[in-house]
Structure formats: C-alpha cells, structure tokens
Design a protein around this ligand. Structure first.
Ligand SMILES: Nc1nc2c(ncn2[C@@H]2O[C@H](COP(=O)(O)OP(=O)(O)OP(=O)(O)O)[C@@H](O)[C@H]2O)c(=O)[nH]1
Ligand SMILES: [Mg+2]
Length: 448
C-alpha cells in the first residue's frame, strides 16, 4: 500500500455534510486517534462518533466508514468521514490528518491509485472525471457507459485477436523450415480486415465524442438589426439578449451554453458589424470579429425581408471561407433577397420571432460538424483514444497493403502487429507511461 493521502471530497462551501477521505497505509489507525466511538471498527459499517483535534478537543460529530483493502475505491484501506458541511470544520480536520502524517492528495490521486491497483482500467479512470464534468445528458450517458467498461469491451477483444495473430506468426518463425506455414497471407489479411472494421467503427464516433466533451463554439454574426439577438434568444429558449428595432443594440458579445441534442453548444451573440464612429460600438465590432475566428461554426444572419446591403457583403467576406451557415431570418415577412448569391453555402430560412426553421437550423449545425448523435452509438471516443486508434489502424493498414503486394516475413509482420497491439494497450492503460497518467489525472479535482 502507498503512503496515506487525505482530501476533502465534497465541494467548498456550506452543506449538510462534508466528506473527508483517506487512502493508503495505516489510515485506520490514523483515523482511530481522533475518532471516539465504538472501539472496533468494522469494514463497510457506518460508525457514529466524536472527532477530536490533536489536543483531544471535540471538533464535530461524525459518521465514519472504513473500507478494507482491496474492497475499496482505490483498492487500498480507505476511510471516509462525514462531517457537518462547514469549510472551517473540514479545514481543521484536514490539518489534523496532515499533522498525523497524511499527505494532501494530488488531483485525481484516489482514482490514479484505483487504476494502479487494477480496480479499473485507464478508460474507466478517465470516465470518472468525465462523469463529474458532464454538462449534458448525452455526456453523462457516455461517461457512465465508459466507466462501466463499454469502451474496454471493444478494445480488449481486439487486443486478444492481435495477440492470437502474434502467436500464429511466432509459430511460423520457429518452424520456418517446414513447408506449410501455420498462417497464410490471406488468412492474416482476413483477420486484419476484421480488426480494421471495428477500429473504423470506433473512429467514426470521434467527432461527436470530442464535441460532447469539449462543446461546440457557435457565433451568431451579421450586420446590425438582422435579428442576431432574436435568434440567440430563440435557440436559448430564453429572453437573454436585448432585442430592439434600433441598429447597434448589442454592444458586447453575450455567451450562453445550450444543449443541442446532447452536445453542449457555447452560443455567442455578437454586436452587429458595421463601420461606426462610436468608440464603444467599434470595440464591440472588434470583438465580434474575434469571435468569428474562434468559432467552430458561424451563423451568418441576414434579413431576408429587405434588400441586402454593402454591410451584409462586408460581413459575408469575413465568414464565407469559414465553416458557416447562411441564416435567412425574418422569413415570416417574406423573402425578397436573391439566395443564389450564397451558393455553395448551406442556407437555412428561419424566423427567430415565430420560431420557424429552428429545427432545420439545429440539424444543419450538427451536420456541419459531422456529429452523429442520432446513431445511438453506445460510446463516443475521446481525442486521446482517437489518436491511438488511428495509429493502430495505420499500422495494420500498412501491413495489409504490404501483404497484398509482396511476401512479408513473419518476423516483420509480427513487428507491425505488436505495435498495433501496444497502441491499443495504451488506451486501456495496459501499457502505461507515467506522463500519460500525469496528463490524465492532473485534470481531476482533488479528492477524486
Ligand atoms: N418579423 C420579424 N422580426 C424580427 C425577426 N427577428 C428579429 N426581428 C426584429 O428585428 C429587430 C432587430 O432584432 P435584434 O434581434 O435586436 O437584431 P440584432 O441583429 O441583434 O441587432 P444588433 O444587436 O443591433 O446588431 C427587432 O425589432 C426584432 O423584433 C423575425 O424573425 N421576424
Ligand atoms: Mg443584437
């Protein structure tokens, strides 16, 4: 067991209870020094008692639970104590434990220990942080599925298949003088095809996976008065941004997160872009332009009910080479602009005020970023998984191509297979490099 660590596991602030958890060597004895209750502490029972400071003064009434290794979250001996949820009490209790030889846990250190002790693989450990930070129902579902091992359930059989291939190739290396090889080129190709099929399927979920985890930045831009703020409010389903019939109503950008079929979308309403002598408005316009650079997708809004002007074209020039959707607003008033000007772009007619066309617009936004939310994929992979799956796929494709073209010795084939196998191993942490762990766990909160 590793050195004893301690952390507050609940958020800072006042609450019904606040939990301190400990993990590692000797934590039961350490806790017993300050816990006055029943003399024997049974694993997995809730024990009511008094918690004292180093001098024996009562600090709080608490409930203590002891988890005996290996049946705990970390796989080590663990203690969880529920105090009354006041930061003063928790801070004091933390000091007590530190004075007794515990070390303050690093972010994610409990989960890192759980991983190192084989309680979960790396995809599951990552899922713990994702479950806590999930912003939408889809993100939560994705995280819990991954925590329950659904991604590993894809990766592990793939690794087994590659290992089996290795064994067959090894047999060929050893008995190379015999006439019949234990595995033919075409058999290897078939096996590789099978594996590649699954890799491709998993990789298809990468775009959506990234969006679910990181969100989608969507900027609403256009000249003044075309209805940007009205559209913002309509997508948000809330009167958040000020709407008037005056040009230049929105002075600074406003951001809100909306849930678009499970994808968190960071929606930005910007100031109408035009030349202005007003210094405040000019600054707002500058910010709008910056938002154009930042966004994944731009909704370029025009007023379909009146003629297009120079100002519309100025903004269009800024956005036409970006990932942009032309939103023709105020369609409830009829459309009298020539839409063919925007040929080559997706054009969606809406009425922000009446709510027409918003579903189509949402559809188009998802299409623009290649999200596959409709396909009820059981899991959505992360950027880290994607990189490793791609490497693995690349290696196996190269081997397949070589096998089709030429004679490949089993020694060489094995090198390929082995490498692909290791990349997949990195996903689940079977091949764990310290800096990967560092990167993953530093994103966690303390106490998890
Ligand atoms: N009929 C109709 N009017 C709309 C529609 N969308 C917006 N408007 C009206 O157009 C005017 C301007 O709307 P805003 O949403 O403030 O326009 P904006 O683009 O944010 O304007 P700035 O912030 O000044 O750049 C308001 O009077 C809205 O009620 C629509 O779909 N149909
Ligand atoms: Mg506005």
């Amino acid at each position: 067991m590793r050195d004893p660590i301690v952390a507050i596991a609940t958020p800072y602030g006042r609450s019904a209870i606040g939990v301190i958890r400990l993990s590692g060597k000797n934590v039961l004895n350490i806790a017993k020094k300050f816990f006055k209750g029943k003399s024997t502490i049974k694993p997995r029972y809730a024990h009511y008692g008094i918690f004292t400071d180093q001098k024996g003064n009562t600090l709080d009434e608490v409930v203590l639970v002891y988890y005996k290794a290996p049946n705990s979250y970390t796989g080590e001996d663990m203690i969880e104590i529920s105090f009354h949820g006041n930061p003063l009490i928790l801070k004091k209790a933390l000091e007590v434990f530190i004075s007794a030889g515990c070390r303050l846990a690093e972010p994610g250190e409990f989960t890192k220990r759980a991983f190192l002790n084989g309680k979960m693989d790396l995809t599951q450990a990552e899922a713990v942080a994702e479950l806590i930070s999930a912003q939408t129902e889809l993100a939560r579902q994705t995280a819990i599925k991954q925590l329950q091992g659904e991604l590993s359930a894809y990766i592990k059989p793939l690794r087994e298949n590659l290992l089996e291939l290795c064994t067959l190739l090894e047999a060929d290396i050893e008995f190379s003088e015999e006439d019949i090889p234990s595995i033919s080129s075409s058999e290897i190709i078939n096996r590789l095809e099978e594996i590649l099929k699954t890799l491709r399927e998993l990789l298809k979920t990468a775009k959506t996976g990234k969006l679910i985890r990181e969100g989608l930045k969507l900027a609403i831009v256009g000249k003044p008065n075309v209805g940007k703020s009205s559209l913002f409010n309509a997508l948000l389903k809330e009167e958040r941004s000020i709407v008037t019939d005056l040009e230049g109503t929105t002075r600074d950008y406003i951001e809100e997160t909306v849930n678009l079929r499970g994808i968190p979308v960071i929606l930005t309403d910007t100031a109408g872009i035009r030349k202005s002598s007003d210094p405040v408005e000019r600054l707002g316009v500058e910010r709008s332009k910056r938002k154009i650079q930042d966004a994944h997708v731009i909704l370029f809004v025009v007023d379909g009910s009146s003629t297009l002007t120079e100002e519309d074209f100025t903004v269009y020039e800024e956005v036409r080479n970006k990932n942009c959707i032309v939103v023709v607003n105020k369609c409830d008033l009829g459309i009298c602009i020539p839409l063919e000007i925007f040929d080559g772009h997706s054009i969606i007619k809406v009425s922000a005020v009446k709510g027409y066309g918003l579903k189509n617009l949402e559809e188009e936004i998802l299409k623009k970023v290649g999200a596959l939310v409709e396909e009820s994929s059981s899991i959505y992979i992360s950027v880290r998984h994607e990189e490793l799956l791609k490497k693995s796929k690349g290696i196996l494709e190269e081997l397949k191509d070589r096998l089709k073209k030429e004679e490949v010795s089993p020694e060489i084939a094995m090198l390929y297979v082995r490498e692909a196998f290791d990349y997949l191993g990195e996903i689940i942490g079977a091949v764990a490099v310290e800096d990967i762990l560092e990167k993953i766990f530093s994103k966690f909160c303390i106490g998890k």
